[in-house]
Design a protein around this ligand. Sequence first.
Ligand code: 5GP
Length: 202
Amino acid sequence: MKNGLLIVISGPSGAGKGTIYNKVLDKMPEIRKSISVTTRKPRAGEKEGVHYYFRTEEEYQRMIACGEFLETASVYNHHYGTPKAPVFQMLEAGDDVMFEIDNYGSRQIKRKYPEAVTIYVMPPSFEILKERLTARGTESEDSLKTRLGNSRRELSEYGNFDYIVFNDDADVAAEEVVSIINAEKCRMSRNEQEVKRLLAEK
Ligand code: 5GP
């Protein structure tokens, strides 16, 4: 059986990657999610095993030592990681899997699994990025400055990604991601086995 597609969505905070990720899952409900492990505390409404697996620092370090992560990164003083085993089980069962993770995690995945399709969500401008971060109302002036500075640095790493999607309108951007996924499924290298089988027919 053909392996499923591993799709990675990244982007700086405020670019809207979470919104796009959810819209793509609504349009393609057959895509499986990877549930990350984190050391940060659950926010109101977040459920264990649904939004994240919430673990202590000690438990997280044990998982690293046992090689249980496909990638791991620190984002704003907390650890986040993708557990390896469930992802490969889903891919080997032929299911497509999509993650929403940071730049650094995306780079690690591409190195370990070059067939991964990495998509970077860009804000249409810094002005709009700033507006979106301010509108959240969760950032202090200092934290806003830090996030914008980080975003500028992160955005300059765009060259590590396979695709860039500008998020001016989230519905249009989600449709573009759906098109990328559908095109990737038709890639010659992903379909060679079937073609060879067809050619071998008498
Ligand atoms: P939040 O704490 O708001 O849920 O997520 C903070 C950041 O962590 C987001 O930018 C998200 O993309 C990133 N993130 C979530 N899960 C993972 C993961 O498993 N690996 C990596 N590298 N980043 C993650």
